[in-house]
Every structure is written in structure tokens, then in C-alpha cells.
Design a protein around this ligand. Structure first.
Ligand code: HEC
Ligand code: HEC
Length: 347
């Protein structure tokens, strides 16, 4: 009897321990965890890790930085304040981004996923390098309102960071290049490629009649811009949204200086779209139904809408619900619950 009890307790203890380790495995990132695997059917990535060799220590440091408000002026805002894991690193239910001192930005927080396949970043493509991208939120007065020099000074005084940088680079140098490179190791590995859509394409899952019809309609009406498998062709287009006069965001035009680029935005990828609401650069639509109503309603389009938008034409109720059913197959639970990307503070 005593033996049986002992065995029972040992087994329970093991289950508890393993359960705990499985929930928070992230604090020990292995070599395997940071292998860059190009999903079947995906093109060659545009960001090259050759000059930023991924290592478990580099990824771990990038992750800590991503979740650490030390990057903001008053230690109140981290990257994850705006980029939340449950929302594929968009900001759930916020139309415009919220930064330091409750300051409201001018754009909706985009999801972070499959970044190494993007030619440019931001809704207007104003940044063309994944490594450089975080300078923007760190120094933006409405976001983290900090300077790179001051972030580096703070990190140099922090014994834990001193150790973490040393582990990656095997010397004592802490500078902004290294800060930005390790952040890119973390964000660059955010890859979503195991949705039901992906498994269907690979012949490992089935679609309902409705989802099949949605995919067909999507390919006919939407995929010229939202190109598979990344659901973006990396171009800038006007999808016909009437400009919000209070923001007057001219989008790509602001970057290129060309009037013909005014009110064009980067075609966003649509993976995990179920989780990344609200939608569009200004977060004006809360529901996918609103998005489909917009595309279907020529009267809501600007005269400068892309020709591919005009071609969509009126969508029946059934066509709209079929397309939405298809869009929901792009949810990738493996990515959304991937413990490698969880907050390392959850020890
Ligand atoms: C205050 C909210 C906020 C914070 C904090 C923030 N971001 Fe962002 N992020 C945004 C918004 C808004 C955009 C889109 C900006 C635009 O288009 O002008 C964006 C865009 C991006 C993009 C480009 C995504 C794409 O598809 O183009 C990346 C990458 C990114 N952020 C990473 C980070 C990292 C890393 C940090 C921390 C150093 C961070 N962000 C902190 C709000 C934030
Ligand atoms: C002419 C190119 C084009 C076509 C065709 C097109 N889109 Fe878009 N789509 C865009 C652009 C550009 C945006 C971003 C616009 C903005 O924010 O101002 C966008 C945004 C979206 C968004 C919001 C994404 C987000 O993260 O906020 C969804 C959802 C969407 N499109 C679905 C569709 C569907 C469904 C169709 C077909 C019925 C379609 N699109 C057809 C270019 C296009």
C-alpha cells in the first residue's frame, strides 16, 4: 500500500513538473527552436540571416527585449503592449495604436508574421529593412518616446542584459546594431504556415463546400493583390477606402512624394485575419463582414480605387459568407500558441 502511494505521488509529481515545463519551455530555447525552416510552397525569404546568424542566445535576448518596457522612456511600454501574441502580434480591438502616456498614434497596429518575406514594412512601406524597423517605435514620441543612445545606456547598467549580450556575442560590447539584430532574430522567426488552408493545400485536411467556394471566389476577386501563399504581392494599392478626414493619411504618397501614390497602402497579408481585428490602416472596420461589405459596394469606393477593386463587383450574401468562411481557415493555432514567442517573464 505504501509503495502504491509512493508510486502514485511520484507519477503525479512528474506530470505536474512536465506540465509546467511544457507550458513554459521558452526559457530554454534550443538550437532546434531557432532553425529557419522555409515552409513548403513559400518563396525564398527576402531578409537574409547570413549577416545576423540566429542562435538560441540571440533569439532569447531578442525575445526579452521585445517584452521589456525598458525600451520606452518611462518603462511603461514594450513592443508587446501593441503587438500582442494572441492577436498574431496585432493589437486586439484597438483601431489606432496606444503609446506612452496614453498617446494615440495615427495607424492600426499590423500583425507581425512572415516578416522576412516582406519587401517593406509599415502600412506605407516607409521602412525597407527589418533590422532598422524598431528604431521607429522606440523613438516615436507617440509610441516609446525614447532614444537609442539612452536605451543602450540603460542596458549597459543592467547586469542581466550585460550577461545576455555577452552570451550572444562573446564580448562586452552592447550597441544599437546588436540590439536591433537580436530583435530581428526574434521577429524574423515569427512564421505562420500551418493553418487549415496550408494543410488543405498540402492535401492533409479537407474544406467544406462553403470554404471551397470561398477559396474559389477569393482567387477570382482578391488574390491579384492578396497573393498566395503570403496573401500579399508586396505592392501598394488603393482598395477604395474613403480617406478619414481627421487623419488625412496619404499613405504611400507620403513616402514616395508622388501624387499618384496618395492613399495607397501596402497590401497586407491576411493570415490569422480572424484574430487581427479591427481592420485596415486606420482600423475602421471591426468585422470581416464590414470588410466584405466595403469591397462589394462600389458606391463606397473612391474614384481612385485600383482597377482590381472595381472589377470585384457586387457580391451576394452567399458569396460574402463563403469568402469569410475561407478567410477563417487562415487561422494558425500552432503559430498563435507557439511557446517560443511567449512572454519570457512568465517563469
Ligand atoms: C505604441 C504601439 C507600438 C509599439 C510600442 C511598437 N509598435 Fe510596432 N507597429 C505599431 C504600428 C502602429 C505599426 C504600423 C506603423 C505604420 O504603418 O506607420 C507598427 C509596425 C511594426 C512592424 C512592421 C510590420 C509590417 O507588417 O509592416 C514591425 C516589424 C514592428 N512594428 C515591430 C515592433 C517592435 C520590434 C517593437 C518594439 C521595439 C514595436 N514594434 C513597438 C505599433 C507599435
Ligand atoms: C487592388 C488590390 C486589392 C484587392 C483586389 C483586394 N484587396 Fe484587400 N486590401 C488591399 C489593401 C491595399 C489593403 C489595405 C488598405 C488600407 O488599410 O488602407 C487591404 C486590406 C484588406 C483587409 C484588412 C487587412 C488588415 O490586416 O487590416 C482584408 C481583410 C482584405 N483586404 C480582404 C480582401 C478580400 C476578401 C478581397 C476580395 C473580395 C480583397 N481584400 C481584395 C488590397 C486589395
Amino acid at each position: 500500500m505504501k509503495n502504491k502511494l509512493l508510486i502514485f505521488f511520484s507519477i503525479t509529481a512528474c506530470i505536474l513538473l512536465f506540465g509546467f515545463a511544457a507550458r513554459f519551455p521558452g526559457n530554454s530555447i534550443s538550437k532546434k527552436d531557432v532553425e529557419l525552416k522555409i515552409p513548403a510552397g513559400f518563396p525564398k525569404p527576402l531578409y537574409d540571416f547570413k549577416n545576423n546568424k540566429i542562435s538560441p542566445a540571440g533569439f532569447t535576448l531578442g525575445r526579452k527585449l521585445f517584452y521589456d518596457p525598458i525600451l520606452s522612456k518611462d518603462s511603461s511600454i514594450s513592443c508587446q503592449t501593441c503587438h500582442q501574441r494572441v492577436a498574431a502580434f496585432a493589437h486586439i480591438d484597438h483601431s489606432l495604436s496606444h503609446g506612452i502616456d496614453g498617446r494615440i498614434g495615427t495607424r492600426n497596429v499590423p500583425a507581425l508574421q512572415n516578416l522576412i518575406w516582406q519587401t517593406t514594412y509599415m502600412w506605407d512601406g516607409g521602412v525597407n529593412n527589418l533590422e532598422v524597423q524598431p528604431i521607429n517605435p522606440i523613438t516615436n514620441p507617440d509610441e516609446m518616446n525614447e532614444s537609442l543612445a539612452h536605451v543602450i545606456a540603460k542596458l549597459k547598467q543592467n547586469t542581466e542584459y550585460v550577461q545576455l549580450f555577452r552570451k550572444v556575442y562573446r564580448d562586452t560590447i552592447i550597441n544599437s546594431e546588436r540590439l536591433l539584430k537580436t530583435l530581428a532574430q526574434f521577429t524574423g522567426l515569427m512564421i505562420s504556415a500551418n493553418s487549415r488552408y496550408d494543410r488543405y493545400i498540402a492535401g492533409r485536411d479537407t474544406f467544406s463546400m462553403q470554404e471551397k467556394s470561398g477559396l474559389q471566389l477569393f482567387r477570382a476577386k482578391c488574390a491579384s493583390c492578396h497573393k498566395e501563399p503570403l496573401f500579399s504581392d508586396n505592392s501598394y494599392r488603393s482598395n477604395g477606402l474613403k480617406p478619414d478626414t481627421s487623419l488625412n493619411d496619404t499613405g504611400r504618397g507620403k513616402v514616395s512624394g508622388l501624387q499618384s501614390d496618395n492613399y495607397k497602402f501596402r497590401v497586407p497579408g491576411l493570415r490569422n485575419i480572424e484574430m487581427t481585428f479591427p481592420y485596415m490602416h486606420d482600423g475602421r472596420f471591426r468585422k470581416l463582414k464590414d470588410v466584405l461589405n466595403h469591397y462589394s459596394n462600389a458606391a463606397s469606393h473612391t474614384t481612385t480605387a485600383d482597377a482590381d477593386i472595381t472589377r470585384i463587383g457586387r457580391l451576394s450574401d452567399k458569396e460574402r459568407t463563403d469568402i469569410i468562411a475561407f478567410l477563417l481557415t487562415l487561422t494558425d493555432k500552432e503559430f498563435l500558441y507557439d511557446a517560443r514567442f511567449a512572454d519570457p517573464g512568465l517563469k
